[in-house]
Design a protein around this ligand. Sequence first.
Ligand SMILES: *[C@@H]1O[C@H](CO)[C@@H](O)[C@H](O)[C@H]1NC(C)=O
Ligand SMILES: *[C@@H]1O[C@H](CO)[C@@H](O)[C@H](O)[C@H]1NC(C)=O
Ligand SMILES: *[C@@H]1O[C@H](CO)[C@@H](O)[C@H](O)[C@H]1NC(C)=O
Ligand SMILES: *[C@@H]1O[C@H](CO)[C@@H](O)[C@H](O)[C@H]1NC(C)=O
Ligand SMILES: *[C@@H]1O[C@H](CO)[C@@H](O)[C@H](O)[C@H]1NC(C)=O
Ligand SMILES: *[C@@H]1O[C@H](CO)[C@@H](O)[C@H](O)[C@H]1NC(C)=O
Ligand SMILES: *[C@@H]1O[C@H](CO)[C@@H](O)[C@H](O)[C@H]1NC(C)=O
Ligand SMILES: *[C@@H]1O[C@H](CO)[C@@H](O)[C@H](O)[C@H]1NC(C)=O
Ligand SMILES: *[C@@H]1O[C@H](CO)[C@@H](O)[C@H](O)[C@H]1NC(C)=O
Length: 591
Amino acid sequence: MHLQLSLPALVAAVVLLLPSVAATACYANFNEAQFPHCSLIDNNFALHWAINNATSPASIVFGVDVNASAFSNPWVGLGISENGGMSGADLWILKKNASGSYVIQDSYALTAGYPIPDTHQDAQLLEGPQKKGDSNTVFTFSRPLDTCDQEDATIQSDFRHHIIWAFGESADSVAKHDVKNRGNTQLVLHPTKTPPPPFNKALYESIDIVMPSFHVPAQTTNYNCTHVALPFSTKRHVVAFEGISSFQGSLDLVHHIVMWACPKAPNATMGDVYECLPQPDDCQHITFVWAPGAGVTEYPSDAGFPAGPGDGNFLYYSLQVHYNNPTLVNDVVDQSGLRLYYTDKLRENDIGMLLLGDDSDDFVIPGNSPDFTSTRDGICPATCTNQFVTDLKVVFNFFHMHGLGYNMSTRVIRDGNEITPLGIRKHYDYHFQGSTVPIDPHAVIKRGDTLITKCTFIATDASHANRAANTTYGAGTDAEMCFNFLTYYPAMKGIGSCMQMSSSKTNNLAYCSSDHDPRVELIQKQYPNGTMKKESMQAMKDAGVLVNASIPVFVPLKEGLQCALTDQKASGVVEIGVSVVLFMVSLVYLL
Ligand SMILES: *[C@@H]1O[C@H](CO)[C@@H](O)[C@H](O)[C@H]1NC(C)=O
Ligand SMILES: *[C@@H]1O[C@H](CO)[C@@H](O)[C@H](O)[C@H]1NC(C)=O
Ligand SMILES: *[C@@H]1O[C@H](CO)[C@@H](O)[C@H](O)[C@H]1NC(C)=O
Ligand SMILES: *[C@@H]1O[C@H](CO)[C@@H](O)[C@H](O)[C@H]1NC(C)=O
Ligand SMILES: *[C@@H]1O[C@H](CO)[C@@H](O)[C@H](O)[C@H]1NC(C)=O
Ligand SMILES: *[C@@H]1O[C@H](CO)[C@@H](O)[C@H](O)[C@H]1NC(C)=O
Ligand SMILES: *[C@@H]1O[C@H](CO)[C@@H](O)[C@H](O)[C@H]1NC(C)=O
Ligand SMILES: *[C@@H]1O[C@H](CO)[C@@H](O)[C@H](O)[C@H]1NC(C)=O
Ligand SMILES: *[C@@H]1O[C@H](CO)[C@@H](O)[C@H](O)[C@H]1NC(C)=O
């Protein structure tokens, strides 16, 4: 069966036949004066909202209009997630409390399981719930933008938050939601400036890179890839990309799609299909990442990803689709993939990728130790960033660990002070990776900066199973990794990796060179017994490829300062001079 179903056409036909049926829509049951913002985040879910800065602290008011007619006594949940998953999400749930009154329960989730009520309840039901028409439930609720509660997410101005939603039966118990009635999207909840116009697809050419009619295996986890060569005879700039999923409605087998660039022609036939867990060595350069709900990812207007033939550009790719097929569907032939928007009017800058993190091989997470935590500092030292020819503008972080990954961050030290981190993931979820914009939208990496990419691992995996075996470093999902694949511009030539290489061989040095796996280069330069050849080591040091990975003495950012000072501000103690520091500190809290 080919799943290119024409569902929108079916829906349109039904609407034409039954014009009296009102669909869920923005401003059907709320007005624009009350709620300046609205997004139809699903055919059955219209989310309206307003920022109320007359309250102290400023707050957000939501107006929810949801078609929950499939349930007689529905609960409705909405929340902010770090990257689209439940893990670590801040949730607001309309439900009934023990005495049968509707409330908004401020909650959080550590896993994709039952949400935990917050110790401090910060959300308040204002009106409703009320039935509108035959099918819709409407209600309004509010919450401060920043609650200063560690169990909450802060709603940040001009930041594209991941929003998750769900509804189901019943309001008394909040049972596990049916897969049909949940989803995620991305919204700027608190815009302070006119947002850039939406991406104008009509201005660009596009190309679809899809799986060649692939019969999805009837097993839960499938990582399948196909090799592709772009049909470009000269260099182009990819300016944006989006996912193409063959699936509609409740059957969505596509978990995520990643296009990996291959620096050289891979030793493979184009259009082949192969298993790619782990991703093969010759196509290890993450370029485009998409997951359902992610929409169009657009590069800044003065930069494009260099696609096509020629030095420094990428012509060959491996398209990877992760199919999640828990119901073991057996009759699906898929053509999902990515649509790349490109131009031959080359922009001023090439987009580049810099690999940060920890490529150490002396790393073991002991088996059978559920309480174990291990923290790795992957240093990209000043001895490497001093070799950068220019400041790098950071476009996206892409944090990557495997199943034991717990949290992760990339922090920045400049001139002896820690400044706003590039990114923080408090609750890493292997199933929701993907690119995230830096915390400071104007983040740059300067020559002389030290970057610390820190990963924390626990010995229980994403399904909360205690791992019996020892876990070491490696590409397989039974091993662990600690990488931040950073998208930046302008692209540098010659430096694709800046990461820690602590091991007995390299004696706590960092690798500062091409985007190839540094390990390959090192292995070529060692004796069969594994010791590095002295002369190779010296040559690599002389060339600035192996550099000292020490962390300078620095003043760390203090977490929690902002809210402490907000409290003091109420009693009039704070001076204005610290506001810049406060602003930066507040960002630590955001994710
Ligand atoms: C509400 O959802 C049900 C399915 O749960 C659907 O049959 C109905 O058409 C929807 N109504 C509106 C107004 O969208
Ligand atoms: C408060 O909100 C209004 C309307 O959104 C806006 O015009 C005004 O600038 C805001 N004031 C502050 C201090 O943010
Ligand atoms: C339920 O909510 C109502 C309204 O907020 C409140 O008056 C009542 O005390 C709550 N009951 C419980 C058991 O929390
Ligand atoms: C390319 O792959 C083929 C088949 O797997 C193999 O026989 C050949 O040695 C490979 N060539 C290189 C250069 O790796
Ligand atoms: C697809 O991936 C699954 C598991 O990752 C593997 O078992 C299967 O053989 C793959 N099929 C092809 C054609 O690559
Ligand atoms: C990661 O987890 C460790 C252990 O619980 C904790 O000490 C650390 O603060 C966390 N880091 C982040 C960025 O959340
Ligand atoms: C794990 O590593 C420890 C120490 O390196 C070793 O003693 C132990 O036998 C290993 N356990 C397994 C299951 O391999
Ligand atoms: C490894 O081999 C080299 C060259 O044969 C030798 O010089 C070195 O001492 C050996 N190292 C160890 C730890 O055996
Ligand atoms: C790295 O630099 C530090 C501080 O300058 C120094 O103490 C250390 O010996 C150096 N390490 C190596 C391996 O060169």
